[in-house]
Design a binder for this molecule. Structure first.
Ligand SMILES: [Zn+2]
Length: 134
């Protein structure tokens, strides 16, 4: 059942409870008013909780979609000399190298930047996202 249907149903129950509560007030059936007020507040709390669950579900669905996307990217990566490279780079993408820390820990593809230190006559790769240097 789609979550929006649950929200619609909860809204219908809330409206019905509110109508009954108001009707009970007009015809002076005092014993009916308090339980219906409780019902109204319970349904309102339920509607709030459902909205929270919808938001959580949306977030989880987005994370799962992102994870599925990462899995398809990870299949294309090859580990070579501590760095990741595409076996065959997708059109418009660099073949590498990509940060192994970002890939292994954060499931992110971050191109490493090459830097040459002329004073030390040394070179290194640095990650702009996680700060790792190699
Ligand atoms: Zn990194």
């Amino acid at each position: 059942m789609p979550a929006t249907d649950v929200m619609r149903m909860a809204g219908n129950v809330y409206a019905a409870a509110r109508t009954l509560k108001n009707l009970g007030t007009r015809i002076n059936i005092g014993e009916l008013t308090a339980p219906l007020a409780d019902l109204e507040s319970s349904v309102a709390a339920l509607a709030i909780r459902i909205a929270e669950l919808i938001e959580e579900n949306t977030d989880l669905a987005q994370r799962l979609a992102w994870r599925d996307g990462w899995d398809s990217v990870a299949k294309e990566l090859v580990l070579r000399d501590r760095f990741y490279f595409f076996g065959e780079a997708p059109e418009g993408s660099s073949p590498g190298p990509y940060c192994p820390n970002c890939a292994d820990v954060h499931h992110r593809l971050t191109r490493l930047l090459y830097a040459f230190d002329s004073q030390k006559a040394s070179h290194r790769y640095a990650c702009s996202r996680c700060g790792s240097a190699f």
